[in-house]
Design a protein around this ligand. Structure first.
Ligand code: ATP
Length: 355
C-alpha cells in the first residue's frame, strides 16, 4: 500500500469546475474521508485517484510514483461501490478471488487468500453461495473482501453504505473500520453522511463547491470548524451575529445586541462577526445573579422545549436571527415556556467563523 498525493489537481467539464485546485497528502495506512453535499466534487476526486478520468491539471502520486498517466487497471487500486457490483453468477469465493485469478496467481494461493478474507469479514461458510443468497450488508462485506484481495496500493470507496438502512449502516461502519485497521490499507472514502465520516476516519476533508474547506480529524472539524459552511454541515450549531468590540486580554470582546461576550480571536477578526456555539455547549441559567468567571451569557425567553429521549431541546429567543437551540440533560430542570432566562457558555467553547 502507498501514500497518495494530489498536487494541484483540478478537473473541469467545459465551464463546470467539478474540482478546483486540490493539494492533498494522504499518509500510508490512513483512512481519509471526502465529505460534502451533493455535487461538491467528492466522486470526481475519487475517480481521479482511481484513474477513471484524467485531471485538467496537476499530478497524482502513489507512494512517490507518479501515476497521473497510468490507466486504472495499472494503478493497483481496490474499489467498492454503493451497488456492491458483485458478479451474480459467481460464488462468493470466486467473487473474492476474481482479481487474483485475473493476475494469474496459483490456485492454492487464491484459496488461502479467499479463506483468510472470509474469516476477516466474519462470513465463514458462505464460500459456495451466490450473491443473491446474502443480505445487503453481507454482500457489501464480500465486495470489500474482493476489493482488497489483490493487496491494492489504495482502497477507494464511494458511498459504500448508501443502500443500507440506518441500523445496518452503523454496524457496517464498524465492520469496514475494523477491516481497514486490520489490513492497514490506505483508504479514500466518499460520503455525504457526517456521522459516518466522523466515526470512521483518521482525517476528513470537508468539501464544498469543488474545494476542500477544511482538512482535519473529526474532533478538530467538529470543535474548531474553519468556516460557517463546515460548522453548519458537520453537526448542529447556533450562529450568533455580533460586532467586534476590541481585544481584552486573551479574548476578543464581541457585542451581541448590546451584551458583551468573549471569544478566542482569530487574527482576521474585525467588524461584523459570526460566533458559532454547539447546542450541547450551552446551558440555561437564571435571568439574574452572578455567573462563574469566563462564562458568556445572553438574556432571552424560553420559546419552546422538546423532550427527545436522551436530551431536552430548548429554543431560546435571544434577539438573534434564529432562536438559540440548547440541548440539556433530560434530568436537568427545564424552565417553562415564556420564562426569562440567560443562555450561557464557557468562552473557550465557541468559535468565530469565517463566512
Ligand atoms: P454526489 O454526492 O451527488 O455524488 P459529488 O460530490 O460526488 O456529488 P461530483 O459527482 O464529483 O459530486 O460532481 C461535481 C460537479 O461536477 C457537479 O456539478 C457535477 O454535475 C459535475 N460533473 C460530474 N461529472 C460530470 C461530467 N461527466 N460531465 C459534466 N459535469 C460533471
Amino acid at each position: 500500500m502507498s501514500s497518495v498525493t494530489l498536487q494541484g489537481v483540478s478537473k473541469s467539464y467545459g465551464a463546470v469546475a467539478a474540482l478546483r485546485t486540490m493539494d492533498l497528502e494522504i499518509a500510508q495506512g490512513e483512512f481519509l474521508t471526502l465529505l460534502g453535499p451533493s455535487g461538491c466534487g467528492k466522486t470526481t476526486t475519487l475517480r481521479l485517484v482511481a484513474g477513471f478520468i484524467a485531471p485538467s491539471s496537476g499530478r497524482i502520486l502513489f507512494g512517490g510514483d507518479d501515476v497521473t498517466d497510468l490507466p486504472v487497471q495499472k494503478r493497483e487500486i481496490g474499489m467498492v461501490f454503493q451497488d456492491y457490483a458483485l458478479f451474480p453468477h459467481m460464488t462468493i469465493a470466486d467473487n473474492i478471488g476474481f482479481g487474483l485469478v485475473e493476475r494469474g496467481r496459483r490456485p492454492a494461493e487464491i484459496a488461502s487468500k479467499v479463506n483468510e478474507l472470509i474469516q476477516l469479514i466474519r462470513l465463514p461458510g458462505v464460500e459456495n453461495r451466490f450473491p443473491a443468497e446474502l443480505s445487503g450488508g453481507q454482500q457489501q462485506r464480500v465486495a470489500v473482501a474482493r476489493a482488497v484481495a489483490h493487496s491494492p496500493r489504495v482502497l477507494l470507496m464511494d458511498e459504500p453504505l448508501g443502500a443500507l438502512d440506518l441500523k445496518l449502516r452503523e454496524a457496517m461502519q464498524a465492520e469496514i473500520s475494523a477491516i481497514q485497521r486490520a489490513l492497514k490499507i490506505t483508504t479514500v472514502y466518499v460520503t455525504h453522511d457526517q456521522s459516518e465520516a466522523m466515526s470512521m476516519s483518521d482525517r476528513i476533508a470537508v468539501m464544498n463547491d469543488g474545494v476542500v474547506e477544511q482538512l482535519g480529524s473529526a474532533t478538530e472539524i467538529y470543535n474548531r470548524p474553519a468556516s460557517r459552511f463546515v460548522a453548519s454541515f458537520v453537526g448542529q450549531i447556533n450562529l450568533v451575529e455580533g460586532d467586534f468590540a476590541g481585544i481584552e486580554g486573551a479574548w476578543a470582546a464581541v457585542s451581541v445586541g448590546g451584551t458583551k461576550v468573549h471569544v478566542a480571536a482569530p487574527e482576521w477578526i474585525a467588524g461584523r462577526v459570526t460566533i458559532g456555539v454547539r447546542p450541547e455547549q450551552l446551558s440555561i441559567r437564571p435571568a439574574e445573579g452572578s455567573l462563574p468567571a469566563g462564562t458568556n451569557a445572553l438574556p432571552g425567553t424560553v420559546r419552546s422545549s422538546m423532550f427527545a429521549g436522551h436530551i431536552f431541546k430548548v429554543e431560546i429567543d435571544a434577539g438573534t436571527a434564529a432562536p438559540i437551540v440548547v440541548e440539556t440533560h433530560p434530568n436537568a430542570p427545564v424552565p417553562a415556556v415564556g420564562a426569562r432566562v440567560r443562555v450561557a457558555w464557557n468562552a473557550p467553547n465557541a468559535v468565530v467563523l469565517a463566512s
